[in-house]
Design a protein around this ligand. Structure first.
Ligand SMILES: [Zn+2]
Length: 282
């Protein structure tokens, strides 16, 4: 059952004895999510799975850790615990850039995070306490929940959570439905890896699966195939440009794929996706 909202989509599954929740949104929203789940069931929330380390998917961990075991890929824990140091290293320059560009909203958001990074103690970070490297399963009544790590894609800690009997997969940010994806290169993401991740997931999921994307509406396999095609198209265009001897700068300036102009985030993220595709193109 998905709960969609401004940040990452949350999914939850009610088993005969316990509830599994996938992603925790932001901290200020998490207690509302718990309340919504309690309206549906009185079973305890025992597990929280984080699909990756971004704040809009793990921000509510503080709320869930009081009653649930938080589980994620090894790199989710590593990146969450490293985040105060990473933010203090990277954000002053990013804040300065945003200030020069007159982007007050970004300045405010990054400054708040920098302030948090300067004062937080590592042991206060609600990182997953149970981590895995490849895949594992949770058995709840008649349901088997498969959690698969994929090649580096949106980040280097991405997981798909597949409920076998229900035929529902929560894709985390491996899937932006009708949106240009965020490819977090700093967070270990990769355009080529994203495509590979989609191919691996497509090979494992049944044709009639229901997909909960990290962002956007719930969909079917056709939607994921369209997201895969976008990645294939930018990698192909980047490969051609590189072979033709075009510079990265010229490629990014000139690239235009009208088929994707209707996707959310086209003005913000399309060009940066293409730059990353150029860096990885062969
Ligand atoms: Zn994300």
């Amino acid at each position: 059952m998905p709960c969609t909202g401004g940040a990452g989509n949350v999914g939850f599954f009610v088993g005969p004895e316990a509830v599994i929740v996938v992603d925790s949104q932001f901290k200020d929203i998490a207690s509302g999510i718990v309340e919504q789940i309690k309206k549906v069931t009185d079973k305890p929330i025992k597990y929280l799975l984080n699909t990756h380390h971004h704040g809009d998917h793990v921000g509510g961990n503080d709320v869930f850790k009081q009653f649930a075991v938080i589980v994620a890929h090894d790199n989710v824990r590593k990146r969450m615990l490293a985040s105060p140091a990473d933010i203090q290293r990277d954000y002053p320059a990013r804040i300065e850039d945003a200030r020069k560009a007159g982007n007050d909203e970004v300045v405010k958001r990054l400054s708040e995070q920098l302030e948090w990074a300067r004062k937080v103690r590592i042991e206060e970070i609600s990182a997953p306490i149970l981590t895995f490297d490849s895949e594992f399963r949770i058995h709840l009544g008649g349901e088997t929940v498969h959690v698969w790590h994929t090649p580096p894609a949106h980040t280097d800690g991405d997981s798909v959570v597949y409920f076998e009997k229900a035929k529902v997969a929560h894709m985390g940010d491996l899937y932006f439905n009708k949106r240009i994806p965020v490819i977090d290169i700093r967070g270990g993401g990769s355009v080529r890896g994203y495509l590979e991740a989609h191919d691996k997931v497509l090979a494992r999921l049944p044709a009639d699966v229901t997909l909960i994307p990290g962002h956007g509406e719930v969909s079917d396999l056709a939607g994921l195939k369209a997201a895969r095609q976008y990645l294939a198209d930018i990698l192909e265009a980047a490969g051609k440009a590189k072979t033709a001897g075009k510079s990265r700068e010229d490629f990014v300036k000139e690239i235009d794929l009208p088929a994707y102009k209707g996707f959310d985030g086209y003005p913000d993220r399309f060009k940066s996706n293409c730059g990353a595709a150029y860096d990885e193109a062969r």
